[in-house]
Design a protein around this ligand. Structure first.
Ligand code: SF4
Length: 236
């Protein structure tokens, strides 16, 4: 899922920007999901209905207008993403995450500089005096330009730090992608090891299912005479 972070210190307008960006992307025909980082418990759990899940590990909530499932433990973004079917994922907060590009929300304070970690694609809000920005400096009124940048530059690396791309960490490749010298295709872990095509159309599979399909077919074929390692093609 193509991802962009919205980072900034308290009261820098992150949620306002996230809402406006979601609205603009939806207007352009995209499905949008959002995740917000919080250091506090959700209000939901203080309500009477939540007592139902007091001792349960997971709590479901269904009303005529909305539904939700709550894990009573922190999930990683990677573990949560498969539940958020969308074209774009807006991630509010999560300053320490380094696997997707970011929009930096400024407050005009000197410590805004600390938010630039090589992954910023633009900055929004007042810059501190003398703070030279190396990325486009936009205002909330320019939400169309911000959405253009997100459509052009959003991506997500898997956070595996496997080193297969030649960089020790996903962060290093992410910086290169944002800088324009590499692309997401350089992440070896994102290249599918198993391809299933129905009438020529690639069938999307998550890595878990992909591994099951691959393991099952290779498990059946490998004891057979004539089997050898390499690319396997089956046509039905
Ligand atoms: S190949 Fe992909 S998952 Fe592995 S370190 Fe590089 S970017 Fe990260």
């Amino acid at each position: 899922m193509r991802t962009v972070g919205i980072v900034g210190y308290k009261n820098s307008g992150k949620t306002t920007l996230a809402r406006a960006l979601a609205q603009e992307l939806v207007k352009r025909g995209h499905r949008v999901a959002a995740v917000k980082h919080s250091s506090e418990r959700m209000d939901f759990f203080e309500k009477d209905t939540a007592r139902l899940g007091e001792f349960a590990n997971r709590v479901g909530f269904i009303s005529p207008l909305e539904s939700g499932v709550f894990w009573k433990k922190p999930l990683s973004l990677e573990n949560m993403a498969p539940y958020l079917e969308a074209d774009f994922l807006l991630v509010e907060g999560f300053k320490a995450e380094k696997t997707f590009p970011k929009i930096v929300c400024l407050r005009g304070e000197p410590d805004d500089r600390d938010l630039f970690d090589g992954l910023a694609i633009c900055a929004v809000g007042p810059a501190h005096e003398g703070h030279e920005l190396a990325v486009p400096h936009l205002s909330l009124d320019e939400i169309g330009k911000i959405a253009d940048l997100v459509e052009e530059k959003a991506f997500k690396l898997p956070n595996l730090d496997c080193g297969s791309c030649g960089f020790e960490t996903c962060y290093e490749l992410a910086r290169e992608i944002v800088g324009g010298t590499r692309s997401v295709e350089d992440c070896v872990s994102l290249q599918p090891m198993t391809e299933v095509r129905i009438d020529g159309e690639l069938m999307p599979m998550n890595p878990f299912i992909s591994d099951i399909v691959r393991g099952t077919i290779l498990g059946m074929l490998s004891p057979l005479k004539g089997f050898k390692k390499g690319k396997v093609e089956i046509s039905i």
